[in-house]
Ligand binder design. Structure first.
Ligand SMILES: C[S@@+](CC[C@H](N)C(=O)[O-])C[C@H]1O[C@@H](n2cnc3c(N)ncnc32)[C@H](O)[C@@H]1O
Length: 282
């Protein structure tokens, strides 16, 4: 745990953030910037590049290969100050999700506490699709029937952690983004769940090779259709599929019904996002 918890900073390993604010979308291959690279956040046509050490030279070098991008500003701040306003504790059903810098032991009635250090990847749990998945995980993991789960596109690892907290004994989680996998691994350790949750960097197609009672996938439509076409549902008993817009949901539903998957629940959030709980009949 010592490499995970940074003393005095509420458990975040990042401590100082060096943030480079760039006009335009910047693509960064982790190998080209070194170990201090934390991630890249694109918002409204601007990119925030995060490092744990000063990296102005690296950033300038990257920008010379991506014409039209301009370094507008750079900041240095504590990670929790950057994220503090964006990420506060919240609960969904029995799950209470808290950042590592939140010292309050009060669980407010929630029975499953999850410490989440979101880093700069998707999955603080505040997105409607993640919330729907959390509720369905609670619903389907009641009792002792779901022993194993696979979480495809795990992001911060939140859904995998929720499955483990809900009683799954073994959870396998993966993401093709190495920053996501690294973040999820850290979160598994922060929650003391390293014996239950295994994280690796991998592609969605690999879900077909992983036996599990439950498959969770909050992922782009094209990736999901590719998975369903490559028999990812084979051998699973339950599916939680999310991240779908209306027309995409209709197509996924057709595909599931054709594959003898019964739609046990269908949720629509904010009139936009669709999530299915499927029960595999084969
Ligand atoms: C919408 S986020 C969901 C994150 C998290 N599971 C949640 O619900 O909050 C989708 C995640 O899938 C990952 N992803 C996208 N395409 C993928 C692929 N082909 N294989 C593996 N992971 C993928 C992304 O890196 C991202 O972390």
């Amino acid at each position: 745990m010592s490499d995970v918890a940074a003393p005095g900073l509420g458990g975040s390993p990042y401590q100082d953030l060096h943030i480079y604010y760039v006009e335009g979308r910047v693509d960064v291959a982790p190998g080209e910037v070194g170990a201090s690279y934390i991630g890249n956040w694109v918002e409204d046509g601007y990119s925030f590049l995060f490092f744990s050490q000063p990296a102005r030279e690296s950033v300038e070098r990257i920008l010379t290969t991506q014409p039209g991008r301009v370094l507008v500003d750079e900041y240095r701040m504590r990670y929790e100050d950057w994220l503090g306003e964006r990420f506060k504790r919240f609960s969904v059903g029995k799950f209470l999700i808290v950042p590592p810098w939140d010292p309050s032991p009060d669980d407010g009635g929630a029975t499953a506490r999850i410490v989440l250090d979101p880093g700069v990847v998707f999955g603080t749990g505040t997105h409607p699709t993640t919330r729907d998945c959390l509720e369905l995980i609670e619903q389907v993991c009641k009792g002792d029937t779901i022993r194993t789960a696979v979480d495809v596109g795990t992001g911060t690892g939140l859904l995998a952690l929720a499955a483990a907290r809900a009683g799954c004994r073994r959870v396998i989680a993966f993401d093709f983004n190495f920053l996501a996998a690294r973040t999820a691994i850290r979160n598994v350790a922060l929650n003391g769940l390293s014996r239950n949750v295994l994280v690796f960097q991998g592609k969605a197609e690999e879900a077909a090779c992983i036996p599990a009672d439950l498959m969770i996938a909050n992922i782009h439509f094209e990736v999901m259709m590719g998975m369903l076409a490559s028999d990812a549902a084979d051998g699973k008993r339950w599916l939680i599929l999310s991240g779908l817009l209306r027309s995409q949901a209709a197509e996924v539903r057709r595909r599931l019904l054709a594959e003898s998957v019964e739609i046990a629940a269908h949720r629509e959030r904010d009139g936009i996002w669709h999530t299915f709980l499927g029960r595999v009949r084969r």
